[in-house]
Ligand binder design. Structure first.
Ligand SMILES: COC(=O)[C@H](Cc1ccco1)c1ccncc1
Length: 130
């Protein structure tokens, strides 16, 4: 009957659907898996907290997110990492920066439009007590 666990279970179902929608959008393919540190040996010297959508899906299953804000913080990390590692005025760097901003804006909009704000408030209250 534990309603807190029911609430967090519903949050995980919602966040898995979010991950799926973001990872299935071909525009965001470069964010779906960790940057390959063999292909890009200097990546971890520049980016201290790598993040990607596959890792986020695993974090959902490991109960690492107690509210949508925690999930959006990792989306923000994916975006900031891409902006920091790809700063050049080349078309390739400009394109991944644009994609990173699109991922961030799309994730915020999906959550704002598809998630009940009272539900998120309830999740944040649970998170505060833990
Ligand atoms: C999040 O992905 C990245 O930051 C890598 C960095 C990268 C540079 C070279 C290989 O990979 C990336 C992937 C695809 N297109 C641009 C950059």
């Amino acid at each position: 009957y534990d309603t807190e666990e029911h609430t967090l279970r519903e949050l995980r179902i919602f966040l898995r659907d979010m991950c799926k929608k973001l990872a299935n959008n071909r525009l965001f393919f470069m964010f779906t898996k960790p940057v390959d540190t063999e292909e890009v040996p200097d990546y971890t010297t520049i980016i201290k907290k790598p993040m990607d959508l596959e890792t986020m899906m695993m974090k959902v299953d490991f109960h690492k997110y107690e509210c949508a804000r925690d999930f959006l913080n990792d989306i923000e990390l994916i975006c900031q990492n891409a902006l920091e590692y790809n700063p050049a005025r080349t078309s390739a760097d400009k394109q991944i920066r644009h994609r990173a901003c699109s991922l961030r804006d799309y994730a915020y909009t999906l959550i704002k439009t598809e998630m009940d704000s009272d539900f998120e408030d309830k999740c944040q209250e649970i998170a505060k007590k833990r």
